[in-house]
Design a protein around this ligand. Structure first.
Ligand SMILES: C[S@@+](CC[C@H](N)C(=O)[O-])C[C@H]1O[C@@H](n2cnc3c(N)ncnc32)[C@H](O)[C@@H]1O
Length: 341
């Protein structure tokens, strides 16, 4: 089945032109800030490109409502501060917001967002990758401890480099989560949200195209298999019935880790099929560095989405939502809350 009209062909050309000269870091801003997180005016937590933020809001709001006065929040893989607008702005007076974000454009936007909320205080702002905190690098921007709430929202895609010949995604997740759990105050929470990119009964997530890309373009390499083992490790540790508690209990025997995790049906939206193709790049198909963006990845997503739209559940949204009439694709998310008692 093909759903590509003449008009769509024009959009395909336009997005290829738009991404042609970008670095990965700039491309990420075009995918994430300009499309996925384009705000719907006057609607809290509603963004035109996805329904993941409105879906996670009730879970996150419960945790923000529990914050003490002068509490500490650490937002890792923080992005550009949309979470401040849709959830953290209701934190009590003098809450300190610490951030870690390697994309230099996004971290600057986060700092600008924070300035709009004078009742919140800026803590540390570290512009490197989270691995630097627990992989032997000396990081000076360390958040004050302990933390009452730590956010790791849609960022755990970057914990394992799937291009390396040997990977151990389970250890990478355990190390990152242990580091963050270790920073928590008793009663504090670590809020982790990620897209479930495993295939289910012939249906895949839009960002599951990363696996298809590497399987088709590098059939003799291990990249696609690595991605699948990373997707599986996330669910085994952090999904419903995830086993992360056992690992944390071993490392922190005097604490009682508790995981609550749910898989939720959420989506990406766009006005054109071309923009759905762009959103498919959002996880493992766009690195966080200043190398030139590889246009072949976008070209692949555009071809695949037009040839196999049903594989990512592509259809027009008919519900009474801001994206009514737009294209909608599968992008389920897992919401995991880990508390320390
Ligand atoms: C999908 S965005 C999510 C941003 C933000 N948490 C939100 O939900 O609005 C993923 C973020 O992870 C960041 N990132 C990439 N590699 C990272 C790493 N190794 N450590 C920490 N963050 C990373 C990206 O720059 C990007 O801002």
């Amino acid at each position: 089945m093909t759903i590509v009209s003449q008009e769509e062909h024009v959009h395909f050309k336009e997005v290829l032109e738009e991404f042609r000269e970008l670095t990965n870091e700039e491309a990420y801003v075009h995918i994430f800030s300009q499309r996925m997180m384009k705000p719907v005016p006057n609607r809290n937590a509603e963004y035109y490109g996805c329904d993941q933020r409105i879906d996670m809001l009730p879970f996150l709001k419960t945790l923000v409502d529990k914050l003490p006065e002068n509490g500490q929040v650490f937002d890792v893989g923080a992005g550009s501060g949309d979470v401040v607008d849709f959830a953290l702005q209701s934190a009590p007076k003098n809450t300190v917001i610490n951030i870690e974000e390697p994309n230099s454009i996004l971290i600057q936007n986060y700092l600008k967002t924070l300035k709009r909320y004078p009742h919140l205080r800026m803590g540390v702002a570290y512009d490197g990758i989270i691995q630097n905190y627990y992989r032997g690098k000396i990081v000076k921007q360390y958040p004050a401890q302990p933390q009452d709430l730590i956010l790791a929202i849609h960022m755990i895609y970057h914990l394992t480099d799937f291009m390396m010949p040997q990977i151990d995604p389970e250890s990478d997740i355990i190390d990152a989560v242990s580091f963050l759990y270790g920073l928590l105050a008793p009663g504090g929470s670590l809020f982790i949200v990620y897209a479930d990119l495993l295939d289910y009964a012939n249906s895949k997530a839009a960002c599951g195209l990363a696996e298809v890309f590497f399987r088709e373009k590098y059939p003799k390499d291990y990249f696609a298999d690595h991605l699948v083992s990373i997707y599986k490790a996330r669910n085994q540790l952090l999904g419903p019935d995830g086993t992360i508690e056992t690992h944390l209990k071993k490392r922190f025997p005097n604490t009682e880790p508790k995981l609550k995790s749910e898989r939720r049906k959420t989506h990406f939206f766009a006005e054109s099929v071309a923009d759905i193709g762009v959103l498919c790049l959002a996880t493992e198909l766009c690195s966080s560095n200043r190398d030139k963006f590889k246009l072949a990845k976008l070209q692949f997503c555009l071809d695949y989405v037009s040839r196999y739209p049903e594989s990512i559940g592509l259809e027009k949204e008919t519900g009474n939502v801001p994206q009514k009439g737009c294209w909608r694709a599968n992008e389920p998310q897992v919401i995991a809350t880990l508390t320390k008692a």
